[in-house]
Ligand binder design. Sequence first.
Ligand SMILES: *Cc1c(COP(=O)(O)O)cnc(C)c1O
Length: 353
Amino acid sequence: MPAAMNLDKLIRPNVRAMQPYASARDEFQGEARVMLDANENSQGSVGPVAFNRYPDPLQRSLKAEVARLKQVATEQIFLGNGSDEAIDLLLRLTCVPGQDSIVILPPTYGMYEVAAHLNDVRVERIPLTPDFHVSADAIDQVLASSAKVVFLCSPNNPTGNLLHAAAVEQILRGFGGVVVVDEAYIDFAGAPSWTTRLNEFENLVVLQTFSKAWGLAGLRLGMAFAAPALIGYLNKIKPPYNISEATQQHALAGLADAERFAAMRQELLAGRAWLAERLPAVPIVEHVFPSDANFLLVRFRPDATAVYQYLLDQGIVVRNRTTQPGCAGCLRLTVGTASENETLLAALQQFSQ
Ligand SMILES: *Cc1c(COP(=O)(O)O)cnc(C)c1O
C-alpha cells in the first residue's frame, strides 16, 4: 500500500459516521418455518414465478461462484445493478459534493462524468495521447492531483485499447486516492485482469460486468473487486436489495453455462479480426485503431457523420464518436454476428463507391 493511501481518510465523514440500514434479511438469514419478519406476502406472487421473498442483500450464492471464477475472495466482491451503480456508489463514498473531484482520461466512458455531475463532483480531465495511451506527463498530473478517484478504462471505451500496465501500476503506487480500473471488456483482451494484483493494492477497484462478454446487458449486473475494507464501505451504502432475486438466479445459471460463454467469445474475437482485416481496404476508411474489446474505433474520411447517417438510412446503427476528444472523424463499430458484420462491411463498401 502506497504511503499516501489511507482508506478511512478517503471516505466521506458522514459515511464513516452513519449507521447502515439493517434489513430484515440482514438480521435473519435462512429458511425458518414461519417468516413473518419482513412484511412479505406469504401467500405467494402474482405472475408465473414466485418472487415473494426479499433477495439475499449480500448475494452470497452468486458471490461464491464469482469468487471461484475470478479467483478472488468473496469479501473482495461487490455486485451492483450494472457497473454503473458501482461507479455512482464509489463517488458517493469518497467525494464530498461541491468540494471533491475525480480524474478522468478522455476520450473515455461517459458515465464517470455523468455520475460526477449528478453528485456535484468536479471533473479533472487529463487527455490520453493521440494513440490513446497515458503519457509520462499525464501520469505526473494524475499523481499531483488531490482528486479522490481516478478512472482508468482498460480496454478503453470508445478507443478499444488496453492501457499500458506500467502506467496503471505507476498510478496505483503514487496516486493518493482510489484507482478504478474499468475492465468491462477484459474478456476480449489479451492481458490478465488487474484482479490478479488485488492483494497488492489497497486503493485498487476493478470493475467488470455481465453486460458484454456474458451477453446479459438486460439483466443489469456489474462487479467491483477491491480490498475487503473498501468492499465493506460499498456494502454499507448500497441500497439493501440492489440485486433482484431474478437477477441472482439468472446470473447463477449463466455462470454455469461456461461453454456458451467461451463459444460467443471466440465468435466475437473472430468477428473482430474479420472486420479489422477488411475495413482498411474500404476507401473511406482512414484508420482502424487496434482493439482489445468487442468493438472497433474507425476513422473515416472525408466525413464520418455522413457515413453514420448513411448507415442509419440502411438500418444500421453505430456510435458516432466524432465529437469526443481525440476522436474526430471516428465511429465506434460494435462487432456483431457474422452476418451483421457482412452487412456492415457491404454498406461501407457501397457508400465508398
Ligand atoms: C459497457 C460498459 C460498462 C458496463 O456498464 P453496466 O452498467 O455494467 O452495463 C462499464 N464500463 C464501460 C467502460 C463500458 O463500456
